[in-house]
Design a protein around this ligand. Structure first.
Ligand SMILES: [Zn+2]
Length: 104
């Protein structure tokens, strides 16, 4: 949020001028609201209706959280894939060594 004078204001709506998005500790407050929205204890419309943050911003942050979860799962899958490929390569290397030994 930015005033007409170009002063950034804390996203939580407390009106404090800030350098980043939040005044110190206020991100926790905002994240608490998002948690409520995610858990269905508050709707995005209710959050937006407070006028504190826009529905678009609320959606954006929720999306960011979902994206984070997606990235975490993707990293996990990648690790599993690397492990299985490593195991497979070791298997083939063992086979190749065994075959090589047989030739001698
Ligand atoms: Zn604030």
């Amino acid at each position: 949020m930015t005033t007409q004078e170009g002063v950034r204001l804390c996203v939580c709506g407390c009106g404090a001028p800030v350098k980043d998005r939040y005044a110190q500790g206020h991100d926790t407050r905002v994240k608490g609201w998002f948690t409520k929205v995610k858990n269905g204890k508050m709707t995005q419309a209710e959050l937006a209706a407070t006028g504190i943050i826009s529905a678009a911003y609320a959606q954006c942050v929720i999306h960011e959280a979902a994206l984070e979860e997606h990235r975490r799962k993707a990293a996990e899958r990648e690790r599993e894939l690397v492990e299985s490929l490593t195991a497979r390569r070791e298997f083939w290397e063992r086979c190749a060594r065994a075959a090589g030994d047989g030739d001698r």
